[in-house]
Design a protein around this ligand. Structure first.
Ligand code: FE
Length: 334
């Protein structure tokens, strides 16, 4: 071997070896959860362990498409997103792999994780009833189904059926009431709408404040954001179905990708995110509920009161998503 060839070989092998060594202490996360909600946790983890976390944030759809397109070349070790419907889709597409972690199974209740261990809830969001304290008495409210009653004609506001949150709500309703009863409920909601559905939960609540309607269904953290800006808003939360199924809950969560290059490190990060140490912060950054039942609610959230939550496995939101979308379409819910 000539001297030149030997040097070239040395350089090549060096450049191959060094990144591999560096990358062992780095995890790549694709996150549909926004940067300000994840960065404080990732920074804390890096401080604690020395493991660097790189992340890409985008909406759930584009991230999923990207993971699928990248296939085995993906740099992503973890996919983090909101709504069990989205996590279920990711698992169906084959981009999440089953992981065997006693810690995750211990920390996260069975109803908030994939029965096949491809994704795990890390926070709980409640989708509940919100009402005008000026025009509605608490005693008039009872269940999601009762909002289909003619008593609410012209008084209900809803967010669009295109949003996965409502698809999951209706999917879970199909799982508990069956297709026919759910169809009656959704048709009743549509008949009671004061105005066409809104693009987001905040606008939906603002319609109550401005007097367009009296009652709506929203995720509680959006109520929390409004309340933070204006502590005097004449709105209150109501916990429906307390005598039967409980409040509809969903999750934000994560799973390890099928082609993770740092699988063990990724599992350790998820385990830490499910721990008592991380769960309080994970939930409170977005005024959500910890998925780990050993962790207390944030004081702001606790002030909204305790409620019984539906403990049906949230995977149903994915399994019945297509059925829910078709049902809403047939019922005229746009
Ligand atoms: Fe949201």
């Amino acid at each position: 071997m000539s001297k030149l060839k030997f040097v070239t070989l040395l350089v090549i092998s060096t450049t191959f070896v060094i990144p591999a060594v560096q990358a062992a202490d780095e995890i790549v996360v694709y996150s549909a959860r926004k940067e300000h909600l994840i960065k404080p946790l990732f920074d804390a983890y890096t401080d604690k362990t020395g493991v660097n976390i790189r992340y890409v944030t985008d909406k759930a759809g584009p991230l999923l498409a990207r993971l699928k397109a990248e296939g085995s070349n993906t740099p992503a070790d973890i996919l983090m997103t909101v709504d069990a419907g989205n996590l279920w889709q990711a698992a169906q597409l084959g981009v999440l792999d089953s992981i065997d972690s006693a810690i995750l199974q211990q920390n996260i209740p069975a109803s908030l994780r994939d029965p096949e261990n491809r994704w795990f809830g890390l926070s709980v969001r409640a989708r509940t009833i919100v009402y005008s304290t000026e025009r509605v008495k608490e005693g008039e409210l009872s269940t999601y189904e009762a909002l289909a009653d003619p008593a609410w004609k012209g008084r209900l506001c809803l967010r669009t059926s295109k949003k996965v949150y409502n698809q999951s709500l209706v999917a879970m309703m199909i799982s508990r009431l069956g297709e026919q009863k759910t169809s009656n409920v959704v048709s009743g909601w549509v008949a009671n709408l004061a105005v066409p559905p809104f693009s987001n939960d905040t606008r939906t609540m603002q319609a109550i404040i401005s007097g367009q309607c009296d009652v709506a269904i929203v995720n509680t953290y959006y109520f929390g954001r409004l309340l933070k800006k204006n502590p005097d808003i004449k709105l209150s939360l109501f916990w429906p179905n307390q005598k039967d199924s409980g409040v509809h809950v969903n999750i934000s969560g994560a799973g390890v990708t099928t082609y993770a290059k740092h699988r063990e490190q990724a599992i350790m990060l998820l385990e830490w995110l499910s721990s008592e140490e991380a769960q309080g912060l994970f939930a409170s950054l977005n005024m959500e509920y910890p998925a780990n039942p050993a962790v207390a609610n944030d004081a702001v959230v606790a002030a909204w009161g305790d409620f019984k939550a539906d403990d049906t496995n949230v995977a149903k939101a994915g399994e019945l998503q297509k059925q829910a979308v078709m049902l809403m379409d047939r019922s005229g819910y746009r």
